[in-house]
Design a protein around this ligand. Structure first.
Ligand code: HMG
Ligand code: MG
Length: 302
């Protein structure tokens, strides 16, 4: 059956903004994250400690993270950050990060393009990161990209995904996030992958899902995952990310679309939809384009 409560892992400030053409000022990012917390989100991915040349939009991580100190006043909010290697971990720990995410790939092409390494060499790069974080009682999420399809390799076999997912869990990750990076998944494929992961010994409570909405399947895929028992769902406020007009680069599942569905199903999230929508409309003003979220549009008078 469906879970009674879903924890939304909000990725707008990271997965969303890293893909926007406009680089948002650091103070605006801080205000965005604070407003997301006020709207009731309790896990808000803040930024990435990656090489600034690889992701220029998040090059201000050192300036941004200290501005988030007052989020604690809003409530108990986790602010995970992406960390690919020990250099990134050092930067994150120096600023007091208590929750990190490593990010692997199920395909060789994306591992090479995103991490400049093979799949196995990336796992080797993560190993000391996860070990040191765990020793420090820092929460660790393991993202896995291209779990369904890859723009260069096509459909990705379930067994190939299961192998890397197990390897990430064996490193000691607390949680896995299954990424449909290019949004090609469909619900049957989601159920097949979750079933295979369970059979390989990865339990459903440690699995989150991360859908992009390129083909309009993100909510259907989410529902399939919920029916499987998944209760951690990644989403991005306003559907931030990518360009809504470019076929290969759309944003994540919009948090508002997710909350609309979960509210309707009577599944608790703790999120105030009006507050969240107002936040996305406010940020859209800074980005100079309307939110692609259907729910944001429906709830916003013209
Ligand atoms: P590399 O060039 O192989 O790095 O990049 P390297 O280890 O050879 O080091 C080269 C130089 O970079 C050195 O400097 C390092 O110090 C520096 P030099 O000695 O030449 O002056 N360096 C760093 N500087 C700052 N912070 C660091 C860092 N690491 C090395 N952390 C690397 C390898 C992993 C660093 C690079 O490929 C990289 O930064 N990749 C990040 C890519 C990225 O952030 N992608 C987006 C996130 S993934 C995603 O969006 C998918 C997800 O949403 C799920 C889904 O949808 O599928 C999560
Ligand atoms: Mg993503």
């Amino acid at each position: 059956g469906l879970p009674a409560r879903v924890r939304i892992h909000e990725v707008g400030a990271r997965d969303g903004l890293q893909n926007e053409k406009e680089t948002v000022p650091t103070e605006v990012k801080a205000e965005f994250i604070r407003r997301l917390a006020v709207a009731g989100l309790t896990t808000i991915e803040a930024t990435s400690f990656v090489h600034p040349k690889w992701v220029p939009q998040l090059a201000d991580a050192e300036q941004l993270f200290p501005l988030l100190g007052d989020i604690a006043d809003v409530g108990d909010v986790a602010l995970p950050v992406l960390v690919p290697n020990e250099r990134g971990l050092d930067r994150a720990l120096a600023l007091g990060a208590r929750s990190i995410a490593v990010f692997g790939s199920a395909t060789e092409t994306f591992a090479a393009r995103n991490l400049n390494r093979t799949v196995d060499a990336s796992l080797a790069m993560f190993e000391p990161v996860v070990a040191r974080a765990k020793a420090d009682k820092v929460q660790v999420r393991g993202y896995l990209s291209m779990c369904f399809g890859d723009p260069w390799e096509g459909a990705v076999p379930v067994a190939q995904v299961v192998r890397v997912a197990k390897a990430l869990m064996d490193l000691g990750c607390d949680e896995l996030s299954l990424g449909d990076t290019i949004g090609v998944a469909t619900p049957g494929h989601v159920t097949a992958l979750l079933t295979a992961l369970n059979e390989a010994g990865v339990p459903t409570p440690s699995i989150g899902v991360h859908f992009h909405d390129t083909y309009g399947q993100a909510l259907s895929n989410t529902l399939a995952a919920l029916q499987h028992g998944v209760s951690t769902v990644d989403a991005s406020a306003g559907g931030l990310g990518g360009c809504p007009y470019a076929r290969s680069a759309t944003g994540n599942l919009a948090t508002e679309d997710l909350v609309w569905m979960l509210d309707g199903l009577g599944i608790e999230t703790g999120v105030d939809l009006a507050e969240l929508t107002a936040t996305s409309v406010w940020l859209a003003g800074h980005l100079g384009r309307p939110s692609p979220s259907r729910t944001v549009r429906a709830l916003t008078p013209p």
